[in-house]
Write a protein that binds this ligand. Structure first.
Ligand code: ATP
Length: 449
């Protein structure tokens, strides 16, 4: 994890937030490559969820919703973590994390393990951030920043079902910010105060809920693998009955082997008819599906896959990170799936001061940038420029050299195998397109146990 944190800062993926003021715990800012990577993660999710399917539509609901939404959903009363305080070291811990946390005074011990530890009884601590809407303190209304995107989907069920004119099974997908007053610090962008969620609520006839739940667990696992996460580092963990939310008949976590151990990457829950029923009762608006022809009606059950963008990005970064020695030189390389890589290709004139090479390279760069995220770099030794691109995970290096000036060909260097092929300059754009569209498997897969 330390290596990823340091690379992220050095190369401008992720910075600690408010750093010049000493930082703010569990908050991070995303730099240029972080933004591009995050955008690619979201784009691949939306493609898999919406563009490649006939049965899911998109939605973007508000962050601040009517406060009754959170009363009906159960978040006001129940979205809390059990916390214990240590009267001695003044640290606060999640009761369900005591086994994995460090004592505030003696990090080699767990909280409660030393003679001085003096833990309070657990108290419920609501995770929602509260704020106020309205100009006047007296007449304002208390509202919450949403702690998940899902409720915005449920309360729009009727709007979407009507315009989408779809019979269940169908789904609504949303990507957007969520906020939680998390008290467990550390682990970089794994758990942050604000984060983006990618959630999809799939509405199904009640009798089909089990089948669709199993379908979505398999489908979501396949998505992580499709974008290069090693199967050896992924597993599905069904929740024990005592872990399940009271409304859920089944929930599974897709877990990744993070540096701190197996932890939740994505959750898939069978939420039954809980949400639509709760909002129907609280709002008085019937959230059900009615067949206009036959008059048949039912409250659909809901299957929900929910994944954090930054947790997914962290997983891709960790899984892609590699170090190797090439020709007696160390290199650090991010073996990211080409479709996730922030920059697809770097255009590099071999000699940065050669006007003819620079002109050719700029011409190619200008052509490619209309289609792909590409970079131009003529600064410094070519080896250094390659290493810089390796560190940000650029899959293809395009070198313009002496021969280019003679025969209009360029070399394409593959980030992972370091193989080079020579291509006519006019064919580069199409070749990059072909390479990006091809199936891809992490070269680290073969090595992992
Ligand atoms: P955890 O127990 O790890 O905090 P959770 O079970 O509360 O997670 P869910 O409510 O199921 O999480 O949220 C679905 C997904 O949203 C999680 O699997 C994770 O990818 C992401 N997520 C949740 N909380 C955070 C957070 N504070 N920071 C980043 N991602 C988060």
């Amino acid at each position: 994890m330390d290596k990823i944190v340091s690379l992220s800062k050095r190369r401008g993926f992720v910075f600690p937030s408010s750093e010049i003021y000493g930082g703010l715990g569990s908050s991070y800012d995303y730099g240029h490559y972080g933004v591009l990577l995050k955008d690619n993660v979201k784009a691949r999710w939306l493609e898999a969820m919406v563009r490649e399917r006939d049965d899911i539509v998109a939605l973007d609901s508000s962050i601040i919703l009517h406060p009754d939404v959170w009363r009906a959903s159960g978040h006001v009363g129940g979205f809390s973590d059990p916390l214990v305080d240590c009267r001695f070291c003044k640290q606060r811990f999640r009761e369900d994390h005591l086994e994995t946390e460090q004592c505030g005074k003696r990090p080699s011990k767990k909280p409660g393990e030393t003679a001085e530890c003096d833990l309070t009884e657990p108290r419920q601590f609501n995770l929602m951030f509260q704020t106020r809407v309205g100009a006047m303190e007296e007449s304002g209304v208390d509202v919450y920043l949403r702690p998940e995107t899902a409720q915005g989907i449920f309360i729009n069920f009727k709007n979407v079902a009507q315009i989408a004119r779809r019979r269940p099974p169908f789904g609504i997908a949303q990507v957007g910010k969520a906020f939680r007053n998390e008290i467990t610090p550390g682990n970089f962008i794994f758990r942050t105060l604000e984060f983006e969620q990618m959630e999809m609520e799939f509405f199904v006839p009640p009798a089909e809920a089990d089948e669709w739940y199993r379908y979505w667990v398999a489908e979501r696992l396949a998505w992580h693998v499709r974008y290069g996460v090693r199967e050896s580092h992924l597993r599905v963990r069904p929740h024990d009955p005592d872990e399940l939310s009271h409304y859920s008949s089944a929930t599974s976590d897709i877990e990744y082997l993070f540096p701190m151990g197996w932890s939740e990457l994505e959750g898939i829950a069978n939420r039954g008819d809980y949400d639509l029923t709760q909002h129907t009762e609280a709002s008085g608006t019937k959230l059900e599906w009615v067949d206009a022809g036959t008059g048949e009606r039912f409250v659909p059950h809901v299957i929900e896959p929910a994944l954090g963008v930054n947790r997914s990005m962290l997983t891709f970064l960790l899984d892609a990170y590699d170090e190797e020695v090439v020709g007696e030189r160390d290199r650090t390389v991010l073996r990211l799936h080409p479709q996730l890589a922030p920059v697809k290709a770097a255009v590099l004139p071999l000699v940065g001061k050669d006007a003819a090479m620079v002109e050719k390279a700029r011409g190619l760069f200008d052509e490619l940038r209309r289609h792909y995220s590409v970079e131009y770099d003529d600064n410094g030794a070519i080896g250094r420029r390659y290493r810089r691109q390796d560190e940000i995970g650029t899959p293809y290096g395009l070198t313009i050299d002496e021969q280019t000036l003679e025969d209009e060909t360029v070399t394409v260097r593959d980030r992972d195998s370091l193989a080079q092929e020579r291509l006519p300059i006019g064919g580069v754009r199409a070749r990059i397109g072909e390479l990006l569209a091809a199936d891809w498997r992490s070269p680290k897969s073969e090595l992992s146990t």
